[in-house]
Design a protein around this ligand. Structure first.
Ligand SMILES: *Cc1c(COP(=O)(O)O)cnc(C)c1O
Length: 220
């Protein structure tokens, strides 16, 4: 019952306009099913193979979100079912998602991942790369993808001011794009450690793993 309880606690804290993605990476299907039975229908995974195995095994009214870095050659394995790809940070990847989605006659929603953290290691676009992609999208009019928003990850730090600054930066880019009538509705930011701050900074989608399912054991 722990997972159901955790879910309920978190949901009671979320404003109605904020969507909860239950990040279930590394967790067994039994744990996901407990969340499912408690009403959760949106799950986030960061590996395509693991997500596909869970998709095959689990009820078909689940929405699967790919939240991790995506290798272009693996897009084909999720194109049939994935609901939202959070981490799109290149035109090449966008084109591949469009191509694979077309084969299944689908339109796949995507978020462009912005680099907002100080660390070099985090993936994501800078302002120029974002402009370049958006220009290209306007020209090429990809029929089988829809850009519905932005995603970002803050620096891994205890410094709340730093995290806040980065979230507000992402929010400002989001707002700016919306004034250029792009009509984005999703701002994916916030994880277990910082989702309350993210919501205060304008997040509309939080990706929460360990606070729902407990800590992850990568050694297994
Ligand atoms: C693992 C992961 C999360 C969830 O992290 P928690 O700290 O366990 O809530 C959120 N977003 C991304 C991109 C992740 O890889």
């Amino acid at each position: 019952m722990q997972i159901a309880n955790n879910l309920q606690t978190i949901k009671s804290q979320l404003p109605s306009n904020v969507t909860l993605v239950a990040v279930s990476k590394t967790k067994p299907v039994a744990d996901l099913m407990e969340a499912y039975e408690a009403g959760q229908r949106i799950f986030g995974e960061n590996k395509i193979q693991e997500m596909t195995e869970k998709w095959e095994e689990m009820p078909k009214d689940i929405q699967w979100h790919m939240i991790g870095h995506v290798q272009t050659n693996k897009v084909k394995y999720m194109a049939e079912y994935v609901t939202l790809v959070h981490g799109v940070d290149s035109l090449k990847l966008l084109k591949e998602i469009n191509k694979q989605a077309k084969k299944h006659n689908r339109v796949v929603d995507v978020l462009l991942q912005m680099h907002i953290a100080e660390e070099e290691t985090k993936f994501g676009l800078d302002d120029d790369e974002l402009d370049e992609i958006l220009n290209q999208v306007q020209n090429d009019k990809f029929q089988n993808i829809k850009i519905i928003g932005l995603m970002g990850m803050a620096t891994f730090t205890e410094n709340q001011n730093q995290i806040k600054k980065e979230f507000l930066h992402l929010k400002s880019i989001f707002d700016k794009l919306n004034t250029e009538n792009l009509q984005l509705n999703t701002l994916s930011m916030g994880m277990s450690g910082d989702y309350k701050l993210a919501i205060n900074c304008g997040s509309t989608m939080v990706r929460i793993g360990s606070s729902i399912f407990g800590g992850r054991n990568y050694a297994k």
